[in-house]
Design a protein around this ligand. Structure first.
Ligand code: HMG
Ligand code: MG
Length: 291
């Protein structure tokens, strides 16, 4: 079992997408450049979704075009459909260096699929099929997200078998690592462990990441449970950026520094420069007007 834990930084996308205030593109670029200087292996830099649905991500093209690409960090963008792919590729194809990973995202529950993507789970898979094919043709990496892995704000508790089925649907499109998202932060170590065990029937542990929103304050306990089951990749957001549209005022994604403390406390290495992460966390808090 590896003694390294990979932290996948999602703050610039999953965190900032929830911010109501307009954050200047230059500030996003400065934050992401700082994050990549910290040794983070992967940073999600933005998304090519509808600006009507998520206005804060409307400048993702300018963000990816403005990054310095000075470090070994891999950058990822979230893409919901071919329209998003075309918008991304128009910019990326002209760049010597740029994001080389595309994330597609489905829900394990129909209620959230409708709310987040305006379609059923099966329809979302159909929309992702050409995106996955285009990314493959372009030689880019893939990542698959599954939302509402323990609970859905519309449908209630999610059966673990539904998450395993969603995992199979994504991996039928193409082999890809999967990030298991507790979207509304309602999971507990027990429900998370039951869900992970179900997914392990269809995907190897090395392909799984935990993605915890800290709405219920159990994100770290849930990561602990996942570590016990062998997961070694966790998504986190610098400064705990983010929030949940269904729980106003609730904490956002689990904070990157909290995950570092937890896993290093358990004897794992992250290879991250804490001084730079702390500086980035202060920058993220300032962006939100918190200091
Ligand atoms: P729709 O309204 O059903 O789309 O939205 P449509 O195909 O009917 O098109 C309507 C209009 O949107 C058209 O423009 C399209 O061109 C445009 P019009 O002709 O009316 O002028 N459009 C787009 N514009 C820009 N970029 C695009 C795009 N697609 C269509 N890609 C859609 C469907 C998927 C677009 C919408 O539902 C959407 O953007 N959803 C994304 C929502 C989102 O970003 N959610 C947050 C990310 S997921 C997440 O946070 C969970 C995660 O963190 C894990 C976890 O925590 O669980 C990953
Ligand atoms: Mg999320």
């Amino acid at each position: 079992m590896t003694d390294t834990v990979t932290i996948y930084e999602v703050g610039p996308r999953d965190g900032l997408q929830n911010e109501a205030r307009i954050i200047p593109t230059a500030d996003k670029i400065a934050l992401i450049d700082l994050l990549s200087a910290s040794g983070l292996p992967a940073v999600e830099a933005g998304s090519f979704v509808s600006p009507r649905w998520v206005p804060q991500m409307a400048d993702s093209g300018d963000v990816i075009a403005g990054l310095s690409y000075d470090h070994a960090t891999r950058f990822c963008v979230l893409i919901p459909n071919l329209t998003g792919w075309s918008a991304f590729w128009r910019i990326r194809a002209a760049m010597p260096q740029g994001p080389d990973e595309v994330a597609v995202f489905i829900s394990a529950s129909e209620g959230f699929s409708k709310a987040n993507l305006n379609c059923t789970i099966a329809e979302s898979i159909d929309r992702f099929r050409p995106v996955v094919a285009a990314a493959n043709d372009a030689g880019l990496g893939l990542r698959g997200y599954i939302s509402c892995v323990t609970d859905c704000p519309f449908d209630g508790p999610t059966p673990p078998t539904a998450v395993a089925r969603a995992a199979e649907m994504l991996r039928d499109l193409a082999p890809m690592p999967l990030s298991l998202g507790d979207t509304i932060g309602k999971g507990t170590p027990d429900t998370v462990a039951a869900m992970v065990r179900a997914v392990l029937n269809v995907a190897p542990v090395s392909d799984l990441a935990g993605h915890f929103h800290d709405t219920g304050g159990l994100a770290l306990a849930n990561i602990d449970a996942c570590l016990d089951l062998g997961l070694r990749t966790f998504d986190a957001a610098v400064g705990g950026l983010g929030g949940c549209p269904y729980a106003p005022g609730a904490p956002g994604n689990v904070a990157t520094c909290a995950v570092i403390e937890l896993v290093e406390g358990r004897g794992f290495r992250t290879g991250l420069d804490r001084t730079i992460i702390d500086k980035a966390a202060a920058m993220a808090r300032a962006m939100r007007g918190q200091e």
